[in-house]
Write a protein that binds this ligand. Sequence first.
Ligand SMILES: [Zn+2]
Length: 335
Amino acid sequence: MKNEKYWLRRFIQEKALSIKSGQEYEIALNKRLDQLLAIYEQDIKQWYKRFSDDLGIPRDETVKMLDGIELKHFEMTLAQFKEKAIKGGYNKQLDSEYFKSQIARLKQLESQFKAEAKDLFSVEQLKMEDELVNQFNNTYLHDSYNIQDYRGHFEVNFATLNTDKLRHIISNPWAKNNENFSQRIWGNYVEELPSQLMDSMLRQTLTGSSYQDIEREFRQRFSDVKSKHIHRLVVSELGHAQEEGSALAYKNQSVEKYQYLATFERSTCDRCAHMDGKVFKLSERQPGLNYPLLHAYCRCTTIPYLEESPGEEKRWADGKIIDDMTFDEWLNKAA
Ligand SMILES: [Zn+2]
Protein backbone atom coordinates (compact mmCIF):
# COMPACT_ATOMS: atom_id res chain seq x y z
CA MET A 1 0.00 0.00 0.00
CA LYS A 2 2.05 2.87 -1.30
CA ASN A 3 -0.07 5.67 0.09
CA GLU A 4 -0.49 4.36 3.59
CA LYS A 5 2.39 6.18 5.26
CA TYR A 6 1.41 9.51 3.77
CA TRP A 7 -2.14 9.22 5.04
CA LEU A 8 -1.23 7.77 8.36
CA ARG A 9 0.81 10.82 9.22
CA ARG A 10 -1.70 13.37 7.99
CA PHE A 11 -4.87 11.76 9.22
CA ILE A 12 -3.51 10.78 12.58
CA GLN A 13 -2.54 14.41 13.05
CA GLU A 14 -6.09 15.46 12.21
CA LYS A 15 -7.64 12.90 14.52
CA ALA A 16 -5.29 13.91 17.34
CA LEU A 17 -6.27 17.58 16.92
CA SER A 18 -9.96 16.71 16.91
CA ILE A 19 -9.63 14.62 20.04
CA LYS A 20 -7.74 17.46 21.74
CA SER A 21 -10.46 19.94 20.79
CA GLY A 22 -13.05 17.53 22.21
CA GLN A 23 -11.11 17.28 25.45
CA GLU A 24 -10.99 21.06 25.76
CA TYR A 25 -14.72 21.21 25.24
CA GLU A 26 -15.21 18.62 27.95
CA ILE A 27 -13.04 20.53 30.44
CA ALA A 28 -15.25 23.60 29.92
CA LEU A 29 -18.37 21.44 30.17
CA ASN A 30 -17.19 19.99 33.48
CA LYS A 31 -16.81 23.48 34.88
CA ARG A 32 -20.41 24.22 33.96
CA LEU A 33 -21.49 20.97 35.58
CA ASP A 34 -19.62 21.90 38.75
CA GLN A 35 -21.73 25.05 38.89
CA LEU A 36 -24.84 22.91 38.75
CA LEU A 37 -23.47 20.76 41.56
CA ALA A 38 -22.99 23.89 43.68
CA ILE A 39 -26.63 24.89 43.05
CA TYR A 40 -27.80 21.41 44.01
CA GLU A 41 -25.79 21.50 47.21
CA GLN A 42 -27.55 24.70 48.24
CA ASP A 43 -30.88 22.99 47.54
CA ILE A 44 -29.93 20.06 49.75
CA LYS A 45 -28.87 22.36 52.55
CA GLN A 46 -32.30 24.01 52.51
CA TRP A 47 -34.04 20.67 52.29
CA TYR A 48 -32.05 19.20 55.21
CA LYS A 49 -33.22 21.92 57.61
CA ARG A 50 -36.53 20.08 57.90
CA PHE A 51 -35.08 16.59 57.85
CA SER A 52 -35.77 14.08 60.59
CA ASP A 53 -34.11 10.70 60.71
CA ASP A 54 -36.71 8.48 62.34
CA LEU A 55 -38.90 6.62 59.89
CA GLY A 56 -39.90 3.99 62.40
CA ILE A 57 -38.26 1.11 60.53
CA PRO A 58 -35.05 -0.20 62.18
CA ARG A 59 -32.04 1.15 60.33
CA ASP A 60 -30.38 -2.24 59.76
CA GLU A 61 -33.63 -3.50 58.20
CA THR A 62 -33.75 -0.51 55.86
CA VAL A 63 -30.11 -0.97 54.89
CA LYS A 64 -30.73 -4.66 54.15
CA MET A 65 -33.78 -3.87 51.99
CA LEU A 66 -31.94 -1.17 50.04
CA ASP A 67 -28.85 -3.31 49.50
CA GLY A 68 -30.87 -5.69 47.40
CA ILE A 69 -32.12 -2.95 45.11
CA GLU A 70 -29.69 -2.46 42.29
CA LEU A 71 -31.47 0.11 40.17
CA LYS A 72 -30.31 3.66 40.56
CA HIS A 73 -33.45 5.61 39.75
CA PHE A 74 -35.64 7.29 42.30
CA GLU A 75 -39.06 5.96 41.23
CA MET A 76 -37.87 2.38 40.76
CA THR A 77 -35.94 2.26 44.02
CA LEU A 78 -38.94 3.68 45.88
CA ALA A 79 -41.35 1.17 44.34
CA GLN A 80 -39.09 -1.79 45.19
CA PHE A 81 -38.46 -0.50 48.69
CA LYS A 82 -42.19 -0.18 49.39
CA GLU A 83 -42.77 -3.71 48.13
CA LYS A 84 -40.10 -5.08 50.46
CA ALA A 85 -41.30 -3.01 53.41
CA ILE A 86 -44.83 -4.33 52.98
CA LYS A 87 -43.50 -7.90 52.87
CA GLY A 88 -41.53 -7.14 56.03
CA GLY A 89 -44.72 -5.99 57.78
CA TYR A 90 -43.99 -2.27 57.82
CA ASN A 91 -47.29 -1.16 56.23
CA LYS A 92 -48.06 1.14 59.12
CA GLN A 93 -44.79 3.01 58.78
CA LEU A 94 -45.29 3.42 55.02
CA ASP A 95 -48.76 4.82 55.65
CA SER A 96 -47.61 7.27 58.27
CA GLU A 97 -47.89 10.98 57.57
CA TYR A 98 -44.20 11.32 58.30
CA PHE A 99 -43.12 8.86 55.62
CA LYS A 100 -45.51 10.34 53.08
CA SER A 101 -44.36 13.87 53.76
CA GLN A 102 -40.68 12.87 53.44
CA ILE A 103 -41.37 11.27 50.05
CA ALA A 104 -43.40 14.30 48.94
CA ARG A 105 -40.51 16.57 49.91
CA LEU A 106 -38.06 14.43 47.97
CA LYS A 107 -40.30 14.59 44.91
CA GLN A 108 -40.44 18.33 45.25
CA LEU A 109 -36.65 18.42 45.40
CA GLU A 110 -36.49 16.30 42.27
CA SER A 111 -38.68 18.77 40.38
CA GLN A 112 -36.39 21.54 41.53
CA PHE A 113 -33.31 19.60 40.31
CA LYS A 114 -34.97 19.04 36.96
CA ALA A 115 -35.88 22.70 36.54
CA GLU A 116 -32.30 23.72 37.34
CA ALA A 117 -30.90 21.08 34.97
CA LYS A 118 -33.16 22.47 32.22
CA ASP A 119 -31.41 25.82 32.53
CA LEU A 120 -28.07 24.13 31.99
CA PHE A 121 -29.46 22.03 29.15
CA SER A 122 -30.40 25.06 27.06
CA VAL A 123 -26.85 26.43 27.36
CA GLU A 124 -25.27 23.04 26.79
CA GLN A 125 -27.36 22.28 23.75
CA LEU A 126 -26.06 25.40 21.98
CA LYS A 127 -22.47 24.83 23.10
CA MET A 128 -22.50 21.26 21.95
CA GLU A 129 -24.08 22.15 18.65
CA ASP A 130 -21.29 24.66 18.04
CA GLU A 131 -18.66 22.09 18.93
CA LEU A 132 -20.21 19.44 16.67
CA VAL A 133 -20.47 21.85 13.75
CA ASN A 134 -16.90 22.89 14.37
CA GLN A 135 -15.57 19.32 14.53
CA PHE A 136 -17.51 18.21 11.47
CA ASN A 137 -16.44 21.17 9.38
CA ASN A 138 -12.79 21.06 10.44
CA THR A 139 -12.50 17.41 9.55
CA TYR A 140 -14.36 17.92 6.29
CA LEU A 141 -12.11 20.80 5.20
CA HIS A 142 -8.81 19.29 6.27
CA ASP A 143 -9.59 15.94 4.69
CA SER A 144 -10.67 17.65 1.45
CA TYR A 145 -7.46 19.66 1.42
CA ASN A 146 -5.29 16.62 2.16
CA ILE A 147 -6.89 14.58 -0.60
CA GLN A 148 -6.39 17.37 -3.14
CA ASP A 149 -2.85 17.90 -1.92
CA TYR A 150 -2.08 14.21 -2.39
CA ARG A 151 -3.41 14.32 -5.93
CA GLY A 152 -1.41 17.48 -6.61
CA HIS A 153 -4.50 19.21 -7.90
CA PHE A 154 -6.15 21.94 -5.90
CA GLU A 155 -9.70 22.77 -6.75
CA VAL A 156 -10.87 25.96 -5.17
CA ASN A 157 -14.46 25.63 -6.23
CA PHE A 158 -15.22 22.55 -4.13
CA ALA A 159 -18.35 22.49 -1.99
CA THR A 160 -17.93 24.36 1.27
CA LEU A 161 -20.69 23.90 3.82
CA ASN A 162 -22.64 26.80 5.23
CA THR A 163 -23.63 26.90 8.87
CA ASP A 164 -27.29 26.07 8.23
CA LYS A 165 -26.35 23.00 6.27
CA LEU A 166 -23.88 21.95 8.97
CA ARG A 167 -26.46 22.39 11.71
CA HIS A 168 -28.85 20.28 9.71
CA ILE A 169 -26.29 17.50 9.18
CA ILE A 170 -25.28 17.24 12.81
CA SER A 171 -28.91 17.24 13.98
CA ASN A 172 -29.64 14.00 12.17
CA PRO A 173 -30.27 11.15 14.60
CA TRP A 174 -27.67 8.41 14.21
CA ALA A 175 -27.66 6.38 17.43
CA LYS A 176 -29.61 3.13 17.65
CA ASN A 177 -32.40 4.72 19.68
CA ASN A 178 -32.97 7.23 16.87
CA GLU A 179 -32.37 10.24 19.11
CA ASN A 180 -30.32 13.20 17.97
CA PHE A 181 -27.66 14.87 20.10
CA SER A 182 -30.10 17.37 21.55
CA GLN A 183 -32.49 14.66 22.75
CA ARG A 184 -29.55 12.73 24.16
CA ILE A 185 -28.32 15.76 26.13
CA TRP A 186 -31.84 16.26 27.45
CA GLY A 187 -32.02 12.59 28.46
CA ASN A 188 -28.73 12.82 30.34
CA TYR A 189 -29.12 16.21 32.01
CA VAL A 190 -32.81 16.52 32.69
CA GLU A 191 -33.76 12.88 33.23
CA GLU A 192 -30.84 10.61 34.12
CA LEU A 193 -28.89 13.01 36.32
CA PRO A 194 -31.74 14.27 38.59
CA SER A 195 -33.27 10.80 38.86
CA GLN A 196 -29.97 9.20 39.88
CA LEU A 197 -29.22 12.00 42.34
CA MET A 198 -32.64 11.59 43.89
CA ASP A 199 -32.08 7.85 44.16
CA SER A 200 -29.05 8.67 46.29
CA MET A 201 -31.10 11.15 48.36
CA LEU A 202 -33.88 8.60 48.85
CA ARG A 203 -31.50 5.94 50.08
CA GLN A 204 -29.85 8.34 52.50
CA THR A 205 -33.22 9.58 53.76
CA LEU A 206 -34.55 6.07 54.34
CA THR A 207 -31.47 5.09 56.31
CA GLY A 208 -31.46 8.36 58.22
CA SER A 209 -27.96 9.43 57.24
CA SER A 210 -26.13 12.45 58.57
CA TYR A 211 -25.84 15.58 56.48
CA GLN A 212 -22.15 14.86 55.82
CA ASP A 213 -22.98 11.38 54.53
CA ILE A 214 -25.79 12.72 52.35
CA GLU A 215 -23.51 15.32 50.83
CA ARG A 216 -20.67 12.86 50.28
CA GLU A 217 -22.91 10.27 48.61
CA PHE A 218 -24.55 12.98 46.53
CA ARG A 219 -21.21 14.21 45.19
CA GLN A 220 -20.15 10.68 44.45
CA ARG A 221 -23.31 10.02 42.47
CA PHE A 222 -22.97 13.30 40.60
CA SER A 223 -19.43 12.46 39.60
CA ASP A 224 -20.44 8.91 38.57
CA VAL A 225 -23.12 10.21 36.21
CA LYS A 226 -20.69 12.81 34.88
CA SER A 227 -17.88 10.38 34.18
CA LYS A 228 -20.09 7.61 32.87
CA HIS A 229 -23.14 8.99 31.08
CA ILE A 230 -22.09 12.50 30.17
CA HIS A 231 -18.52 11.65 29.18
CA ARG A 232 -19.82 8.85 27.00
CA LEU A 233 -22.31 11.18 25.33
CA VAL A 234 -19.67 13.80 24.56
CA VAL A 235 -17.06 11.36 23.25
CA SER A 236 -19.48 9.53 21.00
CA GLU A 237 -21.22 12.61 19.59
CA LEU A 238 -17.95 14.39 18.80
CA GLY A 239 -16.33 11.24 17.43
CA HIS A 240 -19.33 10.65 15.20
CA ALA A 241 -19.24 14.24 13.87
CA GLN A 242 -15.54 13.87 12.98
CA GLU A 243 -16.00 10.58 11.16
CA GLU A 244 -19.02 11.86 9.24
CA GLY A 245 -17.01 14.92 8.24
CA SER A 246 -14.42 12.57 6.70
CA ALA A 247 -17.09 10.53 4.93
CA LEU A 248 -18.54 13.62 3.27
CA ALA A 249 -15.07 14.78 2.21
CA TYR A 250 -14.42 11.35 0.62
CA LYS A 251 -17.73 11.53 -1.21
CA ASN A 252 -17.26 15.07 -2.50
CA GLN A 253 -13.67 14.35 -3.53
CA SER A 254 -14.74 11.17 -5.36
CA VAL A 255 -12.76 8.86 -3.10
CA GLU A 256 -14.20 5.42 -3.78
CA LYS A 257 -12.52 3.38 -1.06
CA TYR A 258 -11.38 3.96 2.49
CA GLN A 259 -9.13 2.02 4.80
CA TYR A 260 -10.09 1.29 8.39
CA LEU A 261 -7.61 2.45 11.03
CA ALA A 262 -7.80 1.00 14.52
CA THR A 263 -4.25 1.91 15.44
CA PHE A 264 -4.16 5.38 16.80
CA GLU A 265 -0.85 6.89 17.87
CA ARG A 266 0.66 4.31 20.18
CA SER A 267 -2.58 2.75 21.32
CA THR A 268 -5.06 0.51 19.55
CA CYS A 269 -8.78 0.37 19.84
CA ASP A 270 -8.84 -3.19 21.21
CA ARG A 271 -12.35 -4.04 20.22
CA CYS A 272 -11.69 -3.02 16.63
CA ALA A 273 -8.14 -4.39 16.21
CA HIS A 274 -9.47 -7.05 13.79
CA MET A 275 -10.69 -4.26 11.48
CA ASP A 276 -7.32 -2.55 11.20
CA GLY A 277 -6.10 -2.10 7.63
CA LYS A 278 -9.24 -3.45 5.96
CA VAL A 279 -10.38 -1.63 2.83
CA PHE A 280 -14.04 -0.91 2.08
CA LYS A 281 -15.97 0.74 -0.72
CA LEU A 282 -17.40 4.10 0.29
CA SER A 283 -20.68 3.08 -1.34
CA GLU A 284 -20.89 0.18 1.13
CA ARG A 285 -20.03 2.25 4.19
CA GLN A 286 -22.07 1.38 7.28
CA PRO A 287 -21.26 3.30 10.46
CA GLY A 288 -21.23 0.89 13.37
CA LEU A 289 -20.36 -2.09 11.12
CA ASN A 290 -17.50 -1.21 8.80
CA TYR A 291 -17.07 2.49 9.53
CA PRO A 292 -16.33 4.20 12.88
CA LEU A 293 -17.63 4.54 15.48
CA LEU A 294 -18.12 0.83 16.12
CA HIS A 295 -18.90 1.06 19.84
CA ALA A 296 -18.89 3.50 22.76
CA TYR A 297 -15.47 5.10 23.26
CA CYS A 298 -14.31 3.82 19.83
CA ARG A 299 -11.23 5.77 18.78
CA CYS A 300 -10.92 4.35 15.30
CA THR A 301 -10.72 6.45 12.17
CA THR A 302 -10.19 5.88 8.45
CA ILE A 303 -7.89 7.07 5.68
CA PRO A 304 -8.70 7.42 1.98
CA TYR A 305 -7.60 4.45 -0.08
CA LEU A 306 -6.35 5.82 -3.37
CA GLU A 307 -4.84 3.55 -5.96
CA GLU A 308 -3.12 6.40 -7.78
CA SER A 309 0.38 7.63 -6.80
CA PRO A 310 0.85 10.99 -5.13
CA GLY A 311 0.58 13.88 -7.57
CA GLU A 312 3.38 16.06 -8.93
CA GLU A 313 4.86 18.96 -7.04
CA LYS A 314 3.17 21.48 -9.37
CA ARG A 315 -0.32 22.47 -8.34
CA TRP A 316 -3.19 23.09 -10.68
CA ALA A 317 -6.24 25.27 -10.30
CA ASP A 318 -8.76 26.32 -12.93
CA GLY A 319 -6.48 24.90 -15.62
CA LYS A 320 -3.51 27.02 -14.56
CA ILE A 321 -0.37 25.79 -12.86
CA ILE A 322 -0.07 27.40 -9.47
CA ASP A 323 2.38 27.12 -6.63
CA ASP A 324 1.93 24.98 -3.61
CA MET A 325 -0.83 26.16 -1.29
CA THR A 326 -1.10 25.98 2.46
CA PHE A 327 -4.40 24.94 3.99
CA ASP A 328 -5.23 28.55 4.91
CA GLU A 329 -4.50 29.89 1.42
CA TRP A 330 -6.60 27.15 -0.08
CA LEU A 331 -9.48 27.81 2.27
CA ASN A 332 -9.40 31.57 1.60
CA LYS A 333 -9.67 30.94 -2.12
CA ALA A 334 -12.54 28.52 -1.63
CA ALA A 335 -14.59 30.75 0.61
ZN1 LIG B 1 -12.73 1.27 17.50
